[in-house]
Design a protein around this ligand. Structure first.
Ligand code: B12
Length: 306
């Protein structure tokens, strides 16, 4: 049987009536359902994203035909490559073209989530940030991109999905303002069936820990992008009482196996897909209770390098 949403579920998710969706599908070919063995249409997350994108254009005043054209024409102009899309957003930001930044990012987020994050957003943020660090892009241009990315990631995070694997709390270490990598992890975990509490940048170490304890979280993630934040995390954790049954995970640019070993946390090398898959396989393991049973064999002091 083919998985996916039926038209009623698609209508519920997008707020567009089933009749309208059928018309959009037949007239503009903007939905690409698969069929069940019984011949019923099943819509994908990609279809949801396209409808949400079109709805946003209608709210801006476009007619549906224009919006559908825009979806096709811009996709054609930008080519199909996510790398090109990242470059076009970068160029749009460099000429302070907020409209193009937003439209192109809408395209990026209409791609499959993993592709959007790993192949568009991540290289884009690095290019934009490096350009800002080098004094080529202004703070305003950098913020234009980061807030547009943040808004879309937060929107994804707010999408309701049934929790399956357990609860996860995510926060940046004290002083840490590089938050978008962690937000991408939050969205990826949410999409994979975790109930996520994303707390954002610059948190005192004890706050996420208290929340994790209160809600019985299986996973507590800290992000460190700078050495200063890594040091602040380490000192905040020393002597603190860990929530029982909660696994501590550390990541970000300044995280490594050595730091993880020192703070008795886990560090997973690899991209977000690898991180999410590793966490999922743990959660699904028959012996896994809340993911870190005390009798579970430790992987080198809870440090894992894949
Ligand atoms: C964009 C950027 C900024 C933006 C951040 C915008 C935002 N709201 O997030 C702004 C402009 C605010 C900024 C500020 C600063 N920055 Co800056 N910044 C960058 C830049 C260019 C990209 C960071 C980024 O967003 N990458 C994309 C994301 C998606 O990648 P990521 O964060 O690494 O996350 C990935 C993984 O690490 C992982 N991940 C992240 N967290 C977690 C957590 C867990 C548990 C797991 C499993 C995985 C995980 O998921 C992501 C996907 O794989 C980097 C350079 C670079 N090459 O990365 C410098 C960089 C990180 N910044 C740096 C510095 C020095 C600063 C400033 C001190 C500059 C200044 N003089 O003010 C400030 C510090 C702010 C602070 N207190 O935190 C240095 C850090 C050096 C260091 N290691 O100590 C870098 C490396 C630049 C450099 N080459 O010197 N920066």
């Amino acid at each position: 049987m083919s998985s996916g949403l039926n038209i009623a579920a698609l209508a519920k998710r997008t707020g567009i009536a089933p009749d309208t969706l059928r018309k959009w599908e037949q007239r503009y070919g903007i939905l690409r359902p698969t069929r069940t063995e019984g011949g019923q249409r099943r819509y994908s997350e990609h279809d949801v994203d396209r409808v949400v994108w079109l709805k946003a254009r209608l709210d801006e005043g476009y007619r549906i035909g224009e919006a559908a054209d825009l979806l096709g024409v811009e996709a054609l102009e930008t080519g199909t490559s996510p790398q090109q899309l990242a470059r076009l957003v970068f160029e749009a930001a460099a000429r302070s073209d907020a409209g193009a930044v937003n439209r192109l990012l809408d395209h990026a987020f209409a791609l499959e989530l993993g592709v959007a994050c790993a192949e568009v957003v991540q290289p884009l943020l690095i290019a934009v940030g490096e350009s800002w660090h080098a004094g080529q892009m202004t703070i305003a241009q950098e913020h234009l991109v980061t807030s547009a990315v943040r808004a879309r990631l937060e929107r994804k995070l707010a999408e309701v999905r049934a929790p399956v694997h357990g609860r996860a709390v995510l926060a940046c270490a004290p002083g840490e303002r590089h938050e978008l990598g962690l937000l991408m992890l939050a969205v990826s975990l949410r999409a994979d069936g975790w109930e996520v509490s994303y707390l954002g940048p610059d948190l005192p170490v004890a706050e996420p820990m208290t929340l994790a304890r209160d809600i019985g979280a299986a996973l507590l993630c800290y992000s460190v992008g700078t050495q200063e934040a890594a040091a602040a995390l380490e000192s905040g954790l020393s002597g603190s009482e860990r929530p029982p049954g909660t696994q501590l995970l550390v990541g970000g640019l300044a995280a490594n196996a050595v730091l993880a070993g020192r703070i008795d946390a886990r560090h997973i090398n690899g991209d977000l897909a690898a991180v999410v898959a590793s966490l999922r396989s743990r959660a699904e393991a028959p012996t896994a209770g809340r993911m870190m049973d005390t009798d579970e064999p430790s992987d080198a002091g809870n440090v894992e390098v894949m």
